[in-house]
Design a protein around this ligand. Structure first.
Ligand SMILES: Nc1ncnc2c1ncn2[C@@H]1O[C@H](COP(=O)(O)OP(=O)(O)OP(=O)(O)O)[C@@H](O)[C@H]1O
Ligand SMILES: [Mg+2]
Length: 248
């Protein structure tokens, strides 16, 4: 028997009034896959993450993890099954330290306590290059560290699948490069990554598959350069600086 894919979306649709943010989306993701998602503002990228994480329930369709429907599960249950996400607007607790923020994620997401929880939090801070700022209050961090903390909080849940929503937005080139190294490392230890990013050159350091969304529909899915070169995708980005996205 062949193993079920890690994640499957089967005809998933979501509307807000007359706005269709997911239009019968179907896709399949394997273990340790790394997939990038691009698409214009309002295309439904963040909504797609919310449908996977459980922050949104679809109007139709099914979301499956390991072949099992998770469509009716709440976000906390999905997180315990191994799905973690970051938020476009960071959601760290401003008055708490970096370490405490990650520890909360470890408690809630990975369900660890005591020494084990401390160990995982410390490991995640090392992995995300935040060990030096462990005792800083989150509210005092600059953008780069704030973005890394958002990633660290997701990793604290010990995910099998991590959904990254614009974690590179607003960073300088060297900062993006540092982040790419971190995400590539996460992926290399077997965590599946889905990464939404307008900074497409960041994606090229990690993903081998690119999906393009527009108005809730998948208009491209495949090898990243081929997807970006396709007519449908070029049409959507016409007139934006997305035309220059593919490096090299
Ligand atoms: N909770 C909501 N209620 C009503 N409309 C919503 C809600 N969430 C998103 N939308 C609308 O759905 C559409 C898709 O939004 P979404 O945030 O998924 O897009 P996006 O591709 O992530 O865009 P961006 O690149 O700007 O982050 C937008 O028109 C948005 O205004
Ligand atoms: Mg978004």
């Amino acid at each position: 028997m062949t193993e079920a894919p890690l994640l499957e979306l089967d005809g998933v649709s979501k509307r807000f009034g007359s706005i269709v943010v997911a239009d019968s989306l179907s896709l399949s993701l394997g273990r340790a896959d790394a997939v990038g998602i691009v698409g214009p503002n309002g295309a439904g990228k963040t909504s797609l993450f919310s449908l996977i994480s459980g922050d949104l329930r679809p109007n139709a369709g099914d979301v499956r993890l390991d072949g099992r429907s998770i469509t009716r599960l709440d976000p906390a249950s999905r997180c315990r099954l191994g799905i973690a996400r970051t938020y476009q607007v960071p959601r760290s607790f401003e008055h708490m330290t970096v370490f405490e923020n990650v520890l909360v994620a470890v408690h809630r997401g990975a369900g660890l306590r005591g020494r084990e929880a401390f160990g995982l939090a410390a490991q995640v801070l090392d992995e995300t290059g935040l060990a030096d700022t462990a005792n800083e209050r989150a509210g005092r961090l600059g953008l780069q560290q704030r973005k890394r903390l958002e990633l660290a909080r997701a990793l604290g849940a010990r995910p099998r699948l991590v959904l990254l929503d614009e974690v590179a937005a607003g960073l300088t080139d060297p900062e993006v490069e540092g982040l790419v190294q971190i995400v590539a490392g996460v992926r290399a230890r077997g965590v599946a990554v889905v990464w939404v990013e307008h900074v497409v050159r960041a994606l090229f350091g990690v993903v081998e598959r690119l999906i393009c969304l527009a108005a809730g529909k998948m208009i491209g899915d495949g090898e990243p350069r081929a997807v970006l070169a396709s007519d449908a995708v070029r049409d959507v980005f016409l007139g934006t600086d997305y035309g220059e996205v593919a490096p090299g």
